[in-house]
Design a protein around this ligand. Structure first.
Ligand code: ZN
Length: 323
């Protein structure tokens, strides 16, 4: 159904949220770190609503590993077979290898999916952050597929993970709008694989068209947005609508310029549109904000384990003083 233009400014949807342009006036703040942290903590303390926008930098800051020694340890036989080339250097690149057959593809992907999803546990930093935001109305918009906020105990119905999940598979052609939980299948595959290939009988087939299956991770137009995805999208729209006239902080965590169209740019657009908003942008790099919004936005370019810890400390210290 096409989205109707919103003349009243009341009802918000994910689609409407998405349409945004690059700012032309990005600046690096020259404010000292401690002042940035104080301003960020102040914005959050004054807010009743916090919308978290979470990108890959959050998982990395929390300790998730994808390359280097970690990759060489867990994917040694794949490096040996395919060569130490541009693909076999980290989990992200390895997933794009042009595998010769489905047995080889799932041989790598079952392990990748488990290490990046079900078996990943970097939740202490996620918990620190959630504890610091306790008492606020919160919602999480995330481009991460690793489920770490859910694992940290945040209610799944308040998370909209737009890009899919390492735990789920779908028809590669997206012939029907369903996804399938596959963690147990991945474990069977990984246990049964020999020389980087899984047995043919474990290769998943689409239950509808009989064709090959794929990870439920957005990479092309065949990505399946299933019933749960649409329900989360609707709840996200409800949250945006509800906080429209409330004191709200957009808390952006580790969002770079790889997919700025889902969180970074829409956050800036929302900030321009709504006077009641503040933006806190945390990231190790690319912590720039549009100069025109600098009086309502703060960007902290630092290791996020440090910046989140420091903000959390100020927030909890503030709570103690008040009580
Ligand atoms: Zn199919």
């Amino acid at each position: 159904m096409p989205d109707q233009p919103n003349r009243t400014g009341k009802k918000m949807t994910f689609r409407r949220f998405l349409s945004a342009d690059y700012a032309r006036d990005y600046v690096y703040a020259d404010e000292p770190y401690e002042e940035q942290i104080a301003r960020a903590a102040g914005y959050i303390r004054d807010a009743d609503y916090v919308l978290l926008g979470v990108g890959a930098g959050m998982s990395a800051a929390a300790g998730a590993e994808y390359g280097g020694a970690f990759f060489r340890e867990h994917f040694a036989e794949f490096i040996a077979r395919y060569g130490d080339n541009g693909y076999m250097r980290d989990m992200y690149s390895a997933g794009f290898y042009p595998f010769p057959d489905e047995e080889s593809r799932w041989g790598l992907w079952c392990r990748l999916a488990l290490l990046a999803g079900a078996d990943l546990d970097v939740t202490p930093l996620h918990r620190t952050l959630l504890d610091a935001l306790d008492g606020k109305k919160r919602f999480i918009l995330s481009t991460n597929a690793d489920g770490q906020f859910e694992k940290a105990g945040f209610p799944p119905e308040k998370i909209f993970a737009t890009q899919g999940s390492y735990d789920r598979i779908q028809c590669r052609r997206g012939c029907h709008p369903k996804t399938y939980h596959a963690v147990e299948l991945f474990r069977r595959m990984d246990a049964a694989q020999r020389d980087t290939r899984i047995p043919a009988e474990l290769v998943p087939k689409c239950p509808v068209c009989g064709g090959p299956m794929a990870m439920n991770l957005r990479s092309d137009e065949h990505f399946v947005e299933d019933e749960d995805w649409h329900a989360a999208e609707a709840r996200f729209g409800d949250f945006l609508t509800e906080c429209a006239d409330k004191r709200t902080v957009l808390l952006e965590l580790g969002v770079g310029f790889n997919t700025p169209t889902i969180i970074r740019l829409p956050f800036e657009k929302l900030l321009r549109e709504r006077e009641n908003l503040r933006l806190v942008r945390l990231g190790r790099s690319k912590a720039v904000i549009p100069a025109s919004l600098a009086d309502r936005a703060v960007a902290v370019g630092a290791d996020m384990a440090r910046s989140i810890g420091d903000i959390a400390e100020r927030l909890t210290a503030g709570t103690r003083t008040i009580r």
